[in-house]
Design a protein around this ligand. Structure first.
Ligand SMILES: CC(C)(COP(=O)(O)OP(=O)(O)OC[C@H]1O[C@@H](n2cnc3c(N)ncnc32)[C@H](O)[C@@H]1OP(=O)(O)O)[C@@H](O)C(=O)NCCC(=O)NCCS
Length: 169
């Protein structure tokens, strides 16, 4: 289901038909380095992930990670809101396939997601987490108007990450 259309992108709910794409994206070197290894070793794993992650979140929260496609329907990445037990507000996440980076697509998709969070979902605060080494992500968060808050540890066995926040009035 299409959620948002911007001048160059379509953001839609993920379905299990996107498993091939998710398998590819989640095994990208930078994705694993900066976001982590989600253990998606096959297209079947990707199907299970889509069901238990994004689709479950659409049902519970009314939001979740979306597929980003070009207007010709070519999938290029994901962007959307996540709800983590450890954080009191939803956080925004994004990832773009290497060939489509540095063309402003993550910025365009993220702005649309933040706008949707404020207008449709009536949320007042959105967070973001990123590793301190992830310069692309940090620059993007700052461009979105997000503000650095502090370092936090999301999982007890993982490295501390930077927490950003944006508040809507
Ligand atoms: C982070 C990521 C999503 C950015 O996607 P993108 O589509 O290339 O980003 P955009 O083209 O919209 O860039 C918007 C702005 O972000 C900043 N930026 C993006 N990539 C950057 C880079 N490699 N180095 C420095 N700044 C960068 C710039 O300010 C850029 O604006 P500019 O191009 O006018 O200078 C992409 O690099 C990615 O998928 N990385 C791997 C997954 C990941 O780390 N996700 C974030 C986890 S927190």
């Amino acid at each position: 289901m299409e959620i948002i259309r911007t001048s160059r992108l379509i953001l839609s709910e993920l379905t299990i038909n996107d498993a091939n794409f998710i398998f590819k994206l989640y095994n990208d070197r930078d994705f694993i380095r900066y976001i982590g290894d989600r253990g998606i070793a096959s297209v079947q794993d990707a199907e299970s992930f889509i069901l238990q992650g994004p689709i479950n979140s659409y049902n519970i929260n009314n939001y979740g990670l979306c597929l980003i496609s070009l207007l010709d329907k070519k999938p290029i990445g994901i962007c959307g809101l996540l709800k983590r037990d450890k954080l009191d507000s939803p956080d925004i996440g994004f990832s773009i396939l290497p060939n489509f980076r540095r063309q402003g697509y993550a910025l365009e998709a993220s702005r649309a997601i933040l706008n949707d969070a404020r207008e449709r979902l009536q949320l007042t605060k959105i967070l973001a987490i990123t590793s301190s080494e992830n310069i692309a992500s940090i620059e993007l968060l700052l461009k979105l108007g997000m503000v650095y808050k502090k370092m936090i540890t999301i999982e007890s066995d993982s490295k501390p990450v930077q927490l950003y926040s944006i508040q809507f009035n």
